[in-house]
Design a protein around this ligand. Structure first.
Ligand code: SF4
Ligand code: SF4
Length: 99
């Protein structure tokens, strides 16, 4: 069976701070083509990316459509949520008990 998000997060606990930072940077690079092009994001003045790995946006408030399910990071990390910019990172949504 495919690993869950929680199992993948657990497996990443052994990474060093540098390795983790590199991974988040890679997520942000991919994110440019999804969050960066999404109707919820464009025109808000937000410049941060990678909300699934970090946390909510401090700027974005209105949900107008989300492209996260098309983003390769979703499959890579077994993410099962969306609207990370307004609802919180994968870790936060998992901790909130959202299935
Ligand atoms: S998390 Fe979803 S809704 Fe938010 S900016 Fe990214 S693609 Fe758009
Ligand atoms: S899953 Fe969403 S928030 Fe995460 S990198 Fe992809 S588009 Fe960005």
């Amino acid at each position: 069976m495919a690993e869950t998000f929680e199992e993948k997060m657990e497996a990443m606990k052994g990474l060093s701070e540098d390795e983790m930072a590199k991974k988040i940077q890679e997520v942000k690079e991919t994110c440019k083509s999804f969050c960066g092009e999404c109707p919820t994001y464009t025109g808000t003045g937000e410049t941060e990316l990678g909300f699934c790995a970090t946390s909510k946006s401090k700027i974005i408030k209105d949900e107008k459509g989300c492209l996260c399910t098309s983003c390769p990071v979703t499959g890579m990390m077994s993410l099962r949520w969306e609207y990370y910019c307004t609802r919180g990172s994968g870790r936060e949504q998992a901790a909130a008990g959202k299935q």
